[in-house]
Write a protein that binds this ligand. Structure first.
Ligand code: AHR
Length: 496
């Protein structure tokens, strides 16, 4: 007989807080992420607040975005911040060589980004130019943004309309320095990092959290060399991991078979082993876990939507993407003692985005958005360890996928939240959740599901995939629940 799924939660063993920054976003000057996605300018017929799209702003506000990484990505290592300040009509235009050769008019720059973060109540994460910028340029950017003293840079900022400095905590020193950020060796970059970060100063009360450009996927040597040569000069080290099978044939975002769905989840879940391996290296050099690991780019990467501009990385987003989001967040929660931030790529109109927009003023919330919204209850809550027994499916030669993924947390008010994904594409599953003596009186929930795994939201049909109330959980005696999970569904429960 098949084992019925059981989840045993240990509410007394919760020690780690799930850093809210794990729910971070990434917004690059790429395609229509910034222009048309976030920023339309004050003169646009599309409703806007000081130039920011109103619909997008409100959707992001509802998501409780904790941090946004900007301006890249590969773009960051060719970005010269002084091009993006001062009167907009006087800002220079340039070609975005990384992303489709599009003309960048610099109308969205430092002020526009940092003001957006203030309006959203989130932390900015600035990605500095090491690949093609100078030490002086980066040092002056930090001064321009964060100093309150009398200096040439602060006078310039004041002249440009901002009296007080902004608060900027996170500063990335280069991006993908092994690739588009300068094609450096880890040894060379370690020295570059040490040098550039030296001049990123703390002004006044502002305290920088300096992030070194980290490895991609399975490049453990990069982490090893960086930790060894520069570990003591950094607060954080980044990691990039995309869910992609073949870079030369990524596959359609919306047309795929069930086997491909399972294979995708296998690849997405492999991030757990990748994290463990990088963390083991970090533990060797930093056993007290002083240095944070920031997965500052992650998510699915499919073929661009037919008919869209090449190099703009515009892709649709289905229930499959929703599962990648939920399962990856479940993994991040487990390693929250080391993983202090994650930034899904990207926030609007690029890769696994939260939001899609068009130039007629229409907006779509993706299934991934709905997962982030349902999961926001876990932000800054205490992670509750658990055991989970369920069936596993072999999806590739060396990869299996558990048919249920889960996570649990307790928030500041003592409310327990459980998220459960029934990965099984065909069968409902009833899971028993034992809460080890916790007597919850009431359980409520939300569910995200769709008729087909390929279902997604379009401008014509924006609500094909959206969460609804869930009544499939029941309290059965002291500290236990049974939850009836429909096939291919993602549920978040609240237990009070
Ligand atoms: O997110 C798109 C690109 O992927 C980023 O610019 C780069 O850092 C990564 O290779």
């Amino acid at each position: 007989a098949q084992q019925k799924p059981v989840m045993r939660v240990y509410p007394d063993k919760g020690e780690q807080v799930i850093h809210k920054e794990i729910y971070g976003q990434f917004a690059e000057h790429l395609g229509r992420c910034i222009y048309g996605g976030i920023w339309v300018g004050e003169d646009s017929p599309i409703p806007n607040i000081n130039g920011y799209r109103k619909d997008v702003f409100e959707a992001l506000k509802a998501l409780q975005v904790p941090v946004i990484r900007w301006p890249g990505g590969c773009f960051a290592d060719e970005y010269h911040w002084m091009d993006g300040i001062g009167p907009r009509e006087q800002r220079p235009k340039l070609v975005n060589t990384n992303w489709g050769g599009t003309v960048e008019d610099n109308s969205f720059g430092t002020h526009e980004f940092l003001n957006l973060c203030e309006m959203l109540g989130c932390e900015p994460y600035i990605s500095g130019n090491v690949g093609s910028g100078t030490v002086e340029e980066l040092a002056k950017w930090v001064e321009y943004m964060t100093s309150d003293a009398e200096s040439e840079m602060t006078a310039l900022r004041r002249k440009n309309g901002r009296e007080k400095p902004w608060k900027v905590k996170y500063i990335g020193v280069g991006n993908e320095s092994w690739g588009c950020g300068g094609n450096m060796t880890p040894e060379f970059y370690s020295d570059m990092y040490r040098r550039y970060q030296t001049y990123c100063r703390n002004y006044g009360e502002n305290r920088l959290y300096k992030v070194a450009s980290g490895a991609s996927d399975y490049d453990y040597n990069w982490t090893e060399v960086l930790m060894k040569n520069a570990g003591r000069h950094m607060n954080g080290l980044s990691l990039h991991y995309y869910t992609v099978h073949r870079w030369d044939n990524k596959g359609s975002a919306t047309q795929f078979a069930k086997e491909e769905y399972y294979r995708t989840l296998g690849k997405a879940l492999e991030i757990e082993q990748v994290l463990k391996n990088h963390i083991a290296i970090m533990d060797k050099y930093d056993p007290r876990k002083r240095v944070g690991l920031l997965v500052d780019e992650w998510g699915t990467w499919w073929d661009e939507e037919p008919g869209t501009v090449r190099g703009h990385l515009y892709q649709q987003n289905t229930m499959r993407d929703a599962f990648v989001a939920a399962l990856t967040l479940d993994v991040f929660h487990k390693y929250t003692d080391r993983v202090v931030m994650a930034n899904i790529a990207q926030m609007v109109n690029v890769l696994q985005s939260m939001i899609l927009t068009d130039d007629k003023g229409r907006m779509v919330l993706t299934p991934t958005y709905h997962v982030f919204r349902m999961y926001k209850v876990h932000q800054d809550a205490t992670y509750l360890p658990f055991d989970l027994i369920c069936e596993k499916k072999k999806v590739e030669e060396n990869r299996t996928v558990p048919m249920i993924s889960a996570t649990a947390s307790r928030d500041k008010n003592g409310v327990i939240h459980l998220s459960l994904s029934n990965v099984d594409a065909d069968n409902s599953q009833e899971i028993t959740v034992e809460l080890a003596g916790l007597k919850g009186k009431k359980v409520t929930g939300e569910i995200l599901m769709a008729a087909n795994l390929t279902d997604h939201n379009t401008f014509e049909s924006p609500n094909t995939v959206k969460p609804t109330a869930f009544n499939g959980a029941k309290i059965v005696g002291d500290g236990a629940l049974t939850v009836n999970l429909p096939a291919k569904s993602i549920v978040t429960l609240e237990i009070k």
